[in-house]
Design a protein around this ligand. Structure first.
Ligand SMILES: Cc1cc2nc3c(=O)[nH]c(=O)nc-3n(C[C@H](O)[C@H](O)[C@H](O)COP(=O)(O)OP(=O)(O)OC[C@H]3O[C@@H](n4cnc5c(N)ncnc54)[C@H](O)[C@@H]3O)c2cc1C
Length: 669
């Protein structure tokens, strides 16, 4: 989609002409439905055509201006949503295409879901309408200066005072200061604050409370509340549009009914009671949030690969010895072997994200029926997918920057900002290492239960096939044999299970399970990654078993699926060999096949990124422009830098001229 650039000539027309599939149908396969393509298209164009949503100058704005710009965009987006009576789906997409981190992300993404998930019906009735109309702005204040991953280590206290029927919220130490919550620093009026609940002298652990932080009249902090922004973050522009904040409480009193009481309550008398709502319900929210993170990973990686693929088709370096035109860098096999696995990963993450949506619905139905049998498995699966897809995406964006050579380092390429905004996804919503260790713990438990005949469920069902998978031999004899999905699936299953069983056996040799787990944790991370990669590969294969209309579309996706799987075989060859899942020769054949697949992707590469259907505004990259007219855009962009406002820079008179004129005043020591 061209969206907003004036180029008349399509410099990528030749590339588009070589596509062997129907791009319009691929757009549908990528977005999930024709409807999804159309709504996204409409919202993307709406944002791209509105000057308020301009973002090309973002990396040049000083922090205060950047923050004000964020406030302006958020208010304008809300205005448009109300004026145009946008549906929830449309509103979410509009915010997505505005593409600037801000308080609204936390308001809708964390504050509202926390109240929905943890508030009683009465609490929801009271608070949600205020939040829905933006009469209050909320954030999610969990992390503290001293503790993030270890939530049980949080120090903020909420002590019940039966005399006044209030909780007293207090930050007893410096390290108990809330630290990081997005939207907290300057924008939020309220927060869901996580604190240790203390009543009748007993500490009942971490609970959520709705706390008003700022006056609804003049926005000043309420008495006893100290608030501020935690300071500049990585990169220019980027996440600096967000006011991640610090918050301290000095004996701040809130009414008892502002404790989120869906799962447990404190009575007027100060008795702590559990409600009859099962606490597993909270997992549902977590599955939902992580599903959106996986969807965001595919979005970020597809943006980066779109930029890198288009630019690699335009960029030329060196030529044949015999003279003649220079070579497009996309034709170099090394460029293809670095870029096409990322393109394939973007599609793989997209489809596993789509499947996660189904999983969330399935989990919700099961929870409603009080069936908790698959909950742990679903939880481990989403935690692992969050970790693997965000890590691969963060690394992938940086690889795309390098794939664009020097120009990739310019802010105008869009890649530095995309990277800087994206990388914290490896940390927030659960540090990836911490999450993978949780997955590994679950896998170790599953392995240990196999002996007792307990049948593993969902994405761990393959482990029930242990007798076969521990001794099966990969049947690949030729490079073409690697195109068989059953063969691919089996080697991924064998590798994951054998790694898990090896680790479980090694843990059993340790003096205690805990000690064994601690010592083997680096290996356990790899076990978790192997299991999650199997899930991604399997879901891609299962996607291809569905009906996918459009000429050549399924064939292209099959190629990408094979690229993704065989790239992983190549990258993790050590795992596959050391577990005996494949032989060295089969590893070499996989690599041979991979090379052939890259050649098949090549003529389709530009069309495959066109299928993401991103506007030039959303991509925000002179290198990734739809029309490929890169050089004039790069040249033009440079002149917009404030440093070019004058020919002679500020500081010339004081610092450059004296130097050049040998007039620096030297002091005699
Ligand atoms: C941009 C951004 C936005 C954020 N937004 C919010 C927000 O809105 N609200 C909010 O409450 N918080 C927010 N956070 C905080 C975030 O949730 C935490 O930073 C995150 O949970 C990680 O916790 P931590 O910082 O304590 O890291 P740590 O846990 O201290 O991690 C430090 C290192 O220790 C390792 N480690 C920790 N535990 C283990 C273990 N058991 N085994 C092995 N290794 C371990 C980690 O892998 C990591 O390498 C945000 C953070 C960022 C960066």
């Amino acid at each position: 989609m061209e969206g907003g650039v004036g180029g008349e000539v399509d410099h990528l027309a030749g590339e588009r002409a070589t596509a062997q599939f129907d791009v319009e149908h691929m757009k549908v396969a990528w977005a999930g439905s024709r409807h999804a393509v159309d709504v996204a298209d409409r919202m993307a164009r709406l944002v791209a055509s509105d000057p308020v949503f301009r973002k090309d100058n973002r990396t040049m704005l000083p922090r205060k201006e950047l923050f004000k710009d964020t406030l302006r965009k958020a208010a304008h987006a809300w205005k448009r949503i109300v004026e145009l009576r946008l549906t929830e789906e449309e509103a979410n997409l509009l915010r997505l295409y505005v593409d600037q981190p801000g308080y609204v992300d936390l308001h809708w993404g964390m504050f509202v879901p926390a109240i929905k998930g943890q508030g009683t019906e009465e609490q929801q009735k009271k608070w949600l309408p205020l939040a829905y109309r933006f009469q209050i702005i909320g954030c999610y204040a969990q992390t503290e200066l001293g503790h993030g991953s270890n939530v049980q280590g949080l120090e903020t206290t909420a002590t019940f005072d039966p005399k006044t029927d209030e909780f007293v919220i207090h930050s007893p130490t410096l390290t108990s200061s809330k630290w990081w919550p997005g939207g907290l620093g300057k924008a939020s009026t309220h927060a869901v604050v996580y604190a240790r609940l203390i009543t009748e002298g007993k500490d009942y652990g971490i609970h959520g409370f709705i706390v008003q932080l700022r006056s609804l009249e003049d926005h000043s902090p309420l008495p006893g509340v100290t608030l501020g922004d935690i300071g500049g973050k990585f990169g220019s522009g980027a996440y600096n549009s967000m006011d991640n904040g610090v918050l301290r409480f000095d004996h701040v009193r809130i009414p008892r009914d502002q404790m989120l009481m869906r799962l447990s309550q404190v009575t007027k008398e100060g008795k702590y009671v559990h409600s009859d709502v099962p606490k597993q319900l909270l997992y549902g929210t977590m599955v939902f949030v992580r599903q959106t993170i996986v969807a965001d990973a595919s979005k970020a990686l597809s943006r980066a690969t779109c930029i890198a693929v288009r630019y690699s088709a335009i960029r030329k370096q060196f030529g044949p010895q015999t003279g003649g035109p220079e070579t497009q860098v996309l034709n170099y096999k090394t460029q293809q072997s670095r870029l096409f696995p990322l393109l394939a990963s973007a599609y793989a993450f997209r489809f596993v994200g789509e499947w996660l949506k189904w999983l969330y619905t399935d989990v919700t139905h099961k929870l409603e029926a009080k069936d908790f049998s698959t909950l742990q498995e679903a939880h481990a699966c989403t935690a692992g997918l969050k970790a693997v897809t965000t890590s691969a995406t963060a690394d992938g964006i940086e690889e795309c920057r390098k794939l664009c050579g020097g120009h990739g380092y310019l802010n105008s390429s869009g890649l530095p900002e995309l990277f800087a905004i994206y990388v914290p996804a490896c940390t927030y919503e659960g540090d990836n290492v911490v999450l993978l260790l949780q997955v590994a713990r679950f896998l170790m438990k599953t392995v240990s239960q196999l002996a007792s005949g307990k049948q593993p469920v969902g994405t761990t069902a393959y482990m029930g096939n242990i007798q076969y998978l521990m001794q099966c031999k990969c049947g690949v004899n030729t490079a073409e044999d690697w195109l068989n999905p059953a063969a691919i699936r089996e080697v991924f299953e064998a590798r994951a299970l054998r790694m898990a069983v090896n680790c479980a056996q090694n843990i059993n040799k340790a003096p205690s399970q805990e000690e064994g787990f601690y010592e083997l944790s680096p290996d356990l991370l790899e076990v978790a990654v192997a299991h999650i990669q199997l899930i991604i590969v399997t879901k891609f294969i299962e996607k291809l078993e569905q009906d996918i209309p459009g000429e050549g579309v399924k064939e292209q996706l099959r190629i990408l699926c094979n690229v993704y799987a065989l790239y992983l075989v190549h990258k993790h060859l050590g795992d596959f060999l050391s577990t005996g899942s494949i032989t060295a020769r089969q590893g070499a054949l996989a690599n041979e096949q991979l090379g052939k697949l890259y050649a098949q992707v090549r003529p389709n590469a530009v069309a495959l990124v066109d299928a993401f259907n991103y506007t030039d505004h959303y991509l925000g990259s002179v290198l990734g422009r739809y029309d490929g007219n890169v050089y004039p855009a790069l040249y033009e962009e440079a002149w917009k830098d404030p440093l070019n406002d004058t020919d002679v820079p500020d500081g010339y008179q004081e610092h450059l001229r004296p130097l050049l004129k040998q007039q620096l005043k030297l002091s005699r020591l």
